[in-house]
Each structure stands twice: as structure tokens, then as C-alpha cells.
Design a protein around this ligand. Structure first.
Ligand SMILES: Nc1ncnc2c1ncn2[C@@H]1O[C@H](COP(=O)(O)OP(=O)(O)O)[C@@H](O)[C@H]1O
Ligand SMILES: [Mg+2]
Length: 332
């Protein structure tokens, strides 16, 4: 099937422009890159690909580079039907626990009785599907027109990772992913959602800027470890979001300390309270600290985040406290 689709698409587009062809439950998603969006061509390709034996429905996704509008211009917003509030989870650098925090916060917000969506926008290391335990391309909605989000553990979720080929170079992912993000965000049948949590890529690049401007972000949470180097990057993040008028909900210190399970001794492996002090200096709230703990890592990496796996644990309590603060700040 894939070869047949490849053949069809190759008649119109050069091989280097065909990012990926994915088939799932009779649905084909052809992702094109570095080419201008062409509605007529997309319609024709959709028709041809849907005609392939075994394919019920086809979608053509363009990941053409979109220039970020200058800050003074008010860009056209992306409309997410039914989604009331949107918050970003950001970090200055990778590996500080942004995704772990996103997924556990999303679950903790759901425990507070909210309808929650989790969107994975981290084109460099999309890990939400692993953490929530789903894979494959997103299912199609009942009307056959738009994506249906994955529904796991009471969370509606979509990930850019299901569309991109991770063996592809970082280059296009960095500068050309905005089109794919826009499609996934705006062409998904989210349903009624109280709050959407977005796991953003690390750093302060175009994607963060675009998401800040195109979505009316109600706020952003910055995750940092207590280490100096991570905090310097966190400060950059805070400053970027301030510049584009996105409210900073606060800073979370992750891998804050280590509590020995055997002897109960507390060790401040990366130093301690750095994030709390930095938050104070920047005039933003400190939302709380999450310890470095084996079961936080194991559960996230195994597809059952700790808030789900160990609802009574103190770590879950830490996430729930932060979720409650965020809920209050968002006024929901
Ligand atoms: N509080 C924590 N305790 C133990 N391990 C953690 C904690 N937070 C994150 N990790 C682990 O650290 C690694 C990086 O976390 P991840 O959330 O993927 O970071 P990021 O999204 O910022 O790159 C993962 O293996 C994760 O399980
Ligand atoms: Mg991540």
C-alpha cells in the first residue's frame, strides 16, 4: 500500500519533499515538506490516494516553513474549538523534566474534575505518546474530516511525534514544523476542554514564539532543575514569554532534592531552592518543587505517569498542589 501511495505522490512531488507516508486503520497521512501549500493539488492527491486498495481516507499535510510575523503585527489566531484555556509548559533546556511535568500536571488537573487535553509540541523529543501509552497516527473523527484525539487516562491527547519521522534531520523540524502544528491543533476534534496543556519544545525558538502568538496562551509554566545552568536558561524563557505578553504562571523546580527511601535522608543533588530564588528575583511565582525520584522516572517512561500509578504518593500530592494553584490562577 505504502509503495503504491509513494508512486502516486512521486508523480507530483520530488522524493526529498515527501516527508513521510503513514497508514493506520485504513487511513493514510502523507506529509510533505519544503513545498508551498496547494489546496487544489491536495484535493487531487487525497482523491488519488483514497483510491488505493485498502485506503478509506487520506490526508495531505504540508509542513511548509511559515515566517513568524513581526511582534508588532497582530497575527491571525489559530482557532481551537471548544478549548477554554491553554497553558504552555516550557523549559530553558531539554532534559529537565518538562514532559514528565506536563503529563503529571495534566493528570492532576483531570483529578480536579477538569476536562483536560495534552498537546505534545516538542518536535525535537516528542515523548507524550510514550508517557500516556499510545502510538500510531491519530484516528479520524466521526465526520471523516478531522483528527480525533487519543483518549488515554481521561486525557485527550495529540502529538507532533505521530506525524514526524524522527529519523529526519532536526533542520526541517525546527524551522518548518509550524504548518504541521497548526494543522494538528486546529484540525482536531478536541470536544469540550477546560484546559489544554502544551508540552513545548525546550528553549526560546520560533515554535515557542509562534505558539505564544497564534494561540491565546492563558499562561506558561517554566520547569527548571535547581542547577545554575538550567536556571540561566529558565530566565531566558521567562523573559521571552514576558516580551510576547504571555502571563507567567510560575516556575516549578524539578529534581529538586532526593529523599532516600531507606534512610529518609534528603540530598540536594543539584543544589536546592535555586528556582525559588530565581522566581523571586524575576518577580514571578514559585509553584512548587518535585523531588528526584526513581518511581517518577520509571512510571513516566513506562506509560503510566506517577499521578496515575501511585495516586496516594507524596509525589502525586506535589503535582496536585501545583495543579490546584494553576487552576486558581486560571480562574476555572
Ligand atoms: N522528578 C523526577 N525524578 C526522577 N526522574 C525524572 C524526574 N523528572 C524527570 N525525570 C526523568 O528525566 C528524564 C527527562 O525527563 P523529561 O520529562 O523527558 O524531560 P524533558 O521533557 O524536559 O526533556 C526522563 O527519563 C524522566 O523520566
Ligand atoms: Mg520532553
Amino acid at each position: 500500500m505504502e509503495n503504491r501511495i509513494q508512486e502516486i505522490v512521486s508523480k507530483y512531488y520530488a522524493p526529498e519533499n515527501i516527508e513521510s507516508i503513514k497508514i493506520f486503520n485504513g487511513r493514510a497521512i502523507v506529509t510533505l515538506r519544503n513545498v508551498a501549500e496547494d489546496t487544489a493539488m491536495a484535493a487531487e492527491l487525497t482523491r488519488l490516494v483514497s483510491g488505493v486498495d485498502g485506503i478509506k481516507k487520506a490526508s495531505i499535510v504540508y509542513t511548509a516553513e511559515k515566517k513568524v510575523a513581526p511582534l508588532q503585527e497582530e497575527p491571525a489566531k489559530w482557532q481551537l474549538q471548544g478549548v477554554k484555556k491553554i497553558i504552555g509548559v516550557a523549559s530553558g533546556k531539554g532534559g529537565v523534566g518538562k514532559s514528565t511535568t506536563s503529563v503529571n500536571l495534566a493528570l492532576a488537573l483531570a483529578n480536579l474534575g477538569l476536562k483536560v487535553a495534552l498537546f505534545d509540541a516538542d518536535i525535537y523529543g516528542p515523548s507524550i505518546p510514550t508517557m500516556l501509552g499510545y502510538e500510531g497516527v491519530p484516528p479520524i473523527s466521526f465526520d471523516g474530516q478531522i483528527f480525533q484525539p487519543f483518549e488515554n487516562m481521561n486525557i485527550a491527547s495529540m502529538s507532533i511525534g505521530t506525524l514526524i519521522d524522527r529519523s529526519q534531520p532536526l533542520i526541517w523540524r525546527g524551522s518548518k514544523a509550524c504548518g504541521a502544528l497548526e494543522q494538528l491543533l486546529t484540525e482536531t476534534n478536541w470536544g469540550e476542554i477546560d484546559v489544554m496543556v502544551i508540552d513545548m519544545p525546550p528553549g526560546t525558538g520560533d515554535i515557542q514564539l509562534t505558539l505564544s502568538q497564534k494561540l491565546n496562551l492563558d499562561g506558561v509554566v517554566i520547569v527548571s532543575t535547581p542547577q545554575d545552568i538550567a536556571l540561566i536558561d529558565a530566565v531566558k524563557g521567562v523573559n521571552m514569554f514576558k516580551r510576547v505578553d504571555v502571563p507567567i504562571l510560575g516556575i516549578i523546580e524539578n529534581m529538586s532534592y532526593y529523599l532516600c527511601e531507606k534512610c529518609g535522608t534528603r540530598a540536594d543533588i543539584f543544589g536546592h531552592a535555586g528556582a525559588r530564588e530565581t522566581a523571586k528575583e524575576l518577580g514571578v511565582d514559585f509553584l512548587g518543587e518535585i523531588p528526584l525520584h526513581l518511581s517518577i522516572r520509571e512510571n513516566a517512561d513506562n506509560g503510566t505517569p506517577i499521578v496515575m500509578a501511585e495516586p496516594e504518593s507524596p509525589h502525586t500530592g506535589a503535582y496536585e498542589d501545583i495543579a490546584a494553584k494553576i487552576k486558581r490562577k486560571l480562574d476555572i
